[in-house]
Design a protein around this ligand. Sequence first.
Ligand code: NAD
Length: 368
Amino acid sequence: MTFKLLLLPGDGIGPEVIAEVERVIAWLTTKGARFSVERDLVGGAAFDAHGTPISEPAMKKALDADAVLFGAVGGPKWANAPYDKRPEAALLRLRKDLGLFANLRPAICFDALKDSSALKPEIVSGLDILIVRELTGGVYFGEPRGITKLPDGERRAVDTQVYTTGEIRRIARVAFELARKRRNKVASAEKHNVMHSGLLWKEEVTYVHGAEFKDVELSHILADNCAMQLVRNPKQFDVIVTDNLFGDVLSDEAAMLTGSIGMLPSASLGNRDEKTGKQRALYEPIHGSAPDIAGKGLANPIAAILSFAMCLRYSFAMMKEADLIERAVAKILDDGYRTKDIMQAGKREVGTQEMGSAVLAALDKLAA
Ligand code: NAD
């Protein structure tokens, strides 16, 4: 079977980290994996070439692909681009048109990096949690929204938090299904004590659990308490499912438990087509285009490489290969390889390409 991949490297360090992913793709190809790889522009690069952050042909390729690998977009060069043409608009369009409603953010603390976390090593050592964030509903999209001027001259801003049963049930299912492949525990975070949308969220997650996933352990937690527990005792969690707004905040908090932004992958998934089994998906490192280090060969490519490992696991069911890549990353960290963002005394500082080469060498050893 040949898997169709679309690479959208984007701006800043995006192309630098995706270049290292391409080396991993090429390595897997030598071991018999089959990918057909297409590339296109996105973000500021697409704006410069086509006057739009994502062209229609690129959107078509994304819709046709089995998975999209995205680098990062944005930068000071496009700070004054029209609002609907700003580089980040490409990502919103991709999420919307591909129907990517489930955002998966693992927070894994590699043992070799446990001292880089802001928390005590014993609190984060062995950490492996997954935040499942609803991505296309809630307060970032709800209507009415906007800023109006009142007759007395004051201004008034409105955002609307809105969820339907269908939106809640489909994200709950994603979380329960993922939990079954992990430690079988889901914590659902909302604010049912003060928000109607929180109450509906709790009721609907409970409904889906009772109807389809009784074998999974479910707990409910208030989102503010969840934020506290993430720094008090993060290892109590396995999968956390939450809405768009709380997920935005909680996943960034969880990211920081692990040390560096350059280490963290993510996945965004759509509905699985009942007939074809196809599920649209986009994989990307959580970091941005890092204009401060772009072009200097300093970017850590591990987040992008781990995003590709997630792609192998969730889109292509290539579990063995995904494990292999994750083990290779753990190995080179154990061996002391560090890009600048995760550098520690006594370790070996390397650039983007050297880190990529170290991953390939580790893959060779582990596969031998
Ligand atoms: P950023 O993630 O680009 O950078 C934050 C800090 O982390 C910087 O100091 C950067 O050097 C460092 N960093 C980030 N990734 C790194 C890596 N792989 N290796 C080593 N260091 C790394 O966030 P920002 O500075 O707030 O945003 C820069 C631009 O990126 C903005 O235009 C923003 O809109 C855009 N952005 C894009 C995305 C995306 O494409 N998904 C996400 C966030 C920000």
